[in-house]
Design a binder for this molecule. Structure first.
Ligand code: NAD
Length: 351
């Protein structure tokens, strides 16, 4: 049985990756998560007593703990989702982003390198360290062009700068020490289990509550949206068939302005809740002061992962958004427990 050390697996994308793996593979998941505000044990409730899922509450920067987990469970691959991930929080308090995204990634790389160096030849060759990163490291685009794997880094926020630094460390651990790393840079994700501070779940929660829908600036900022399950399948593909030392850009070819995203959601909400007193939901839209340094446009050229590894997204933006809205409608208790803070009382296990 193959064993993966998944870090940040109680978060949005990591949690979805754990679901994918638990349902579609026979691999064992060692799930290391610090359970910051963004880590939600409710997301993993289904696997609480599952023999193939081991949850450990802990920090990727804890070398003694990580070293112990790698050896105790004879880990075959590390998939690093653990990060501070919210741009607005990085503007208000960048320290945690440097701590986890830069120093934490450094520490995790060093722990993995020491363990990898001890493996016998066959397992050493098969070992992988996959680092999950973002397209935000490339900065902002004008009205044309897309980010490729060779686009120069130009991060603009404390968040993207910290992720850029982590990507450079991962690259260096390959070139200097030979660690078989893979890096994925993905566009904006949406889907189930996303913390309701991010655009789409925030708009769903506010729309359902009949509260104003805050839109930064003129709403014209463009993101390239990808349904989270498609991202997780891409990560899985890169883990299986990606070439060590390579970078793979992942995107859904679904550029939308924030205003278009909110308008589509409002129409879906109108359709799902025909008797809502807030209908039409578009009347709840409210333009608010823009985020400082707000990147205007991101777009991914995913040709490499498509041609080399045969990955394609299964969902269009509209079908993925419909699935997402239905998930939030059917799981309002999940959002409720985040909103009232009770999700933080749950503990799955500890180290
Ligand atoms: P998230 O904030 O939802 O989850 C992050 C998880 O990491 C949480 O469970 C948190 O508790 C955990 N964590 C934080 N610090 C930790 C530490 N020091 N040790 C162990 N665990 C820790 O984030 P997400 O949206 O799921 O993003 C996951 C990764 O994907 C991040 O690296 C992010 O940069 C990247 N990414 C996100 C998006 C997106 O749209 N959300 C897009 C591209 C890339």
């Amino acid at each position: 049985m193959r064993t993966l050390l998944v870090t940040g697996g109680a978060g949005f994308i990591g949690g979805n990756f754990v679901h994918l793996k638990m349902h579609q593979s026979a691999e064992r998941i060692i799930n290391l998560d610090k359970l910051t505000y963004a880590g939600n044990p409710d997301t993993l409730a289904e696997f609480r007593d599952h023999p193939r899922h081991v949850f450990i509450e802990g920090d990727i920067g804890n070398q003694a703990l990580v070293g112990h987990l790698l050896r105790e469970y004879q880990v075959d691959a590390v998939v690093n989702f653990a990060a501070e991930s919210h741009v607005d929080r990085s503007i208000d308090g960048p320290a945690a982003f440097i701590e986890t995204n830069v120093l934490g990634t450094f520490s995790l790389l060093d722990s993995a390198k020491a363990y990898w160096g001890e493996l016998e030849a066959g397992r050493r060759e098969a070992f992988r360290f996959l680092h999950v990163s973002t397209d935000e490291v490339y900065g902002s685009l004008g009205s044309s062009g897309k980010f490729t794997e060779t686009t120069p880094y130009a991060p603009n926020s404390p968040y993207s700068a910290s992720k850029a630094a982590s990507d450079h460390l991962v690259r260096a651990w390959h070139h200097t020490y030979g660690l078989p790393v893979l890096t994925t840079n993905c566009s904006n994700n949406y889907g189930p289990y996303q913390f309701p501070e991010k655009l789409i779940p925030l708009m769903i929660a506010k729309g359902l509550a009949g509260e104003p829908l805050p839109i930064y600036g003129d709403g014209g900022n463009i993101r390239d949206w990808l349904y989270v399950e498609d991202h997780c399948r891409a990560i899985d593909r890169v883990l299986e068939a990606g070439r060590p030392g390579e970078v793979y850009n992942i995107g859904g070819d679904s550029e939308r302005t924030n205003l278009e995203v909110v308008d589509t959601l409002c129409a879906l909400l109108d359709e799902a809740k025909p008797s809502s007193p807030h209908r039409p939901h578009a009347q709840l839209k409210q333009f608010v002061t823009d985020r400082p340094g707000h990147d205007r446009r991101y777009a991914i050229d995913a040709t490499k992962v498509q041609t080399e590894l045969g990955w394609r997204p299964a969902e269009s933006f509209e079908s993925g958004l419909r699935r997402t809205l239905h998930w939030y409608l059917e799981n309002q208790d999940w959002t409720q427990r985040v909103t009232d803070g009770s999700y933080r009382g749950e503990r799955l296990g500890s180290a």
